[in-house]
Design a binder for this molecule. Sequence first.
Ligand code: T5A
Length: 217
Amino acid sequence: MARGKFITFEGGEGAGKSTQVRRLAEHLRALGLDVVVTREPGGSPSAEAIRGLLLSGRVRALGTLGEAYLFAAARMDHIAETIEPALERGAWVICDRFADSTRVYQGAADGLDVEIVDDLERIAVGNCRPDLTIVIDLPVDVGLARVAGRSGNGTGDRFEAEAVAVHEARRQGFLGVAAANPDRCVVIDGAREADAVTSDIAALVTGRFGLAIGGRA
Ligand code: T5A
C-alpha cells in the first residue's frame, strides 16, 4: 500500500481553516479516498488533554518557551498515535494547523528564538513533513469579526483574545513561511465566500496530486 498524503491548513483566527478542512475531506472521500481529519493542538487523547491546558490559558505562566514545549509534546503524540499510522495504511491526513503554527505563534509573533523553533520542530516532527500546506490568508479584522460572531461576545480563547498587532504579526508570519517554502505552501485568499475558497482548494489538491475520479493518480 502506497503511503498516504499529508495536507495541513494554516492561517490566523477565523480564516476558515476548519470549514475548508471539512469540505476538502468530503471532496476527497467522494473521489474514493480514505481520509483522516485531525487538528492541532490535539488529535490524540493525550494531545487533546494538552490542548485543554493551552487554550484555557492556565499554563500561560510557563511563558512562550514552556507553551512551545507543550505544543511540541502534543505534536509528538499526535504524530505517533494518529498521523503516522494513517499515512502508513495509505490514508490521506488533513490536519487543521501543524508545526507552522508554532513557528508563527510562538516564534515570529511571540519572539521565541528561531533556532529553538527549528530544534523543537526537528525533534517533534522528524520526517513527518506535510506534502502540501494550504495557508488561508485574510485581513485580521475579517477573521476576528468571524470569530466574534461565532462566540457571541468577542472574548475567545487565550490566543484569540490578543491585540490586533499580534494578529497582524501572525498573518505576516504565515506569509513569510509560505514565501520561504514555495514548493510546500500555497496561499489562498480566504476573504471570499466559502464556496469560492472551497473550489480553489479542490482544484489545487486535484491538480497537485494528479487525482482523477476514483482517487487514483
Ligand atoms: N496554536 C496552535 C499555537 O499558538 N501554536 C501551535 O503550535 C498550534 C498548533 C488553536 C489555537 O492554538 C494556537 C493557534 C490558535 O489560536 P483553535 O480553536 O483550533 O485554537 O483555533 P483556530 O485554529 O484559529 O480555529 P478557528 O475556528 O478560530 O478558525 P478557523 O478554523 O480558521 O475558522 P472556521 O472555519 O472555524 O470559521 C470561523 C467562522 O467563520 C465562518 C465559519 O462558519 C465560522 O463561524 N466562516 C466564514 N464566514 C464567511 N466567509 C467565509 N469564507 C468563511 N469561512 C468560515
